[in-house]
Design a protein around this ligand. Structure first.
Ligand SMILES: Nc1nc2c(ncn2[C@@H]2O[C@H](COP(=O)(O)OP(=O)(O)OP(=O)(O)O)[C@@H](O)[C@H]2O)c(=O)[nH]1
Ligand SMILES: [Mg+2]
Length: 204
């Protein structure tokens, strides 16, 4: 789940070894996963975008995302340093159902996940919510507040998705670096609390 490495600078200034955590960015088709990873990443993000094909129109549900011309076919990858010694490696998942087979691979060793949601198509994030709940992978729901979408409070979204009590819901703008970073900090804090609670449970 967690990889630690120490490089020359860590060793010389006596800081603790750098920690790199793996985080997934998931959610339905066209909800802003690639946008979020691109907005927060301090390295040029790796993207695997392909044009939405005519053949794909038969199987992909593009309703509600008419402007979209490309889609992620494997994953997005980016990195962000949250504070000195703590980096997050971000893996954005493909949004379309036909790429579900990639999720098990991508979720290996993940500390937690961000499930992005669009309140105009909230049901699209049910599969991601189910996926992480079943695998006990801590996640936060981040509502990407698209212009023109009615604003719902975090509590409304939590109820509509029937989330377990305590699962954080955060409102965000996937295009905004600070907003995305805040979502990631909430996730790391939440996953940390869940991890500690499980450890305490396991020692009785
Ligand atoms: N207005 C607005 N547009 C957004 C926002 N986030 C993303 N977009 C637009 O919505 C479209 C979809 O964004 P992507 O980031 O490609 O979505 P995705 O979730 O990666 O999509 P898939 O990989 O195909 O599932 C793009 O045209 C973005 O420019 C947002 O917060 N506000
Ligand atoms: Mg994408």
């Amino acid at each position: 789940m967690v990889s630690e490495h120490s490089d020359a600078s860590d060793a010389s200034d006596g800081e603790t070894a750098a920690l790199a955590l793996k985080i997934l960015v998931a959610g339905g088709f066209g909800v802003g996963k690639t946008t979020l990873v691109g907005a927060v990443s301090e390295i040029r993000p790796l993207r695997t975008e392909e044009l939405l094909s005519e053949a794909g129109q038969l199987v992909d549900d593009t309703g509600g995302v008419d402007q979209k011309v490309t889609t992620t076919v494997a994953m997005d990858f980016g990195r962000i340093t949250i504070r000195s010694g703590l980096s997050l490696y971000l893996f954005g998942t493909p949004g379309q159902d036909r790429f579900w087979f990639l999720w098990d691979e991508l979720s290996q060793g993940a500390l937690g996940a961000v499930v992005l949601a669009d309140t105009r198509r909230l049901e699209d994030c049910f599969p991601a919510v189910d996926y992480f709940e079943h695998r006990h992978i801590p996640f936060v729901v981040a509502v990407n507040c698209f212009a023109g979408a009615r604003t719902y409070g975090a509590h409304d979204v939590s109820r509509a998705l029937d989330l377990d009590r305590g699962t954080p819901v955060v409102l965000c703008d996937a295009r905004d670096r600070d907003s995305g970073k805040e979502v990631l900090i909430r996730l790391v804090e939440y996953a940390g609390r869940m991890h500690t609670a499980r450890l305490l449970d396991s020692v009785g």
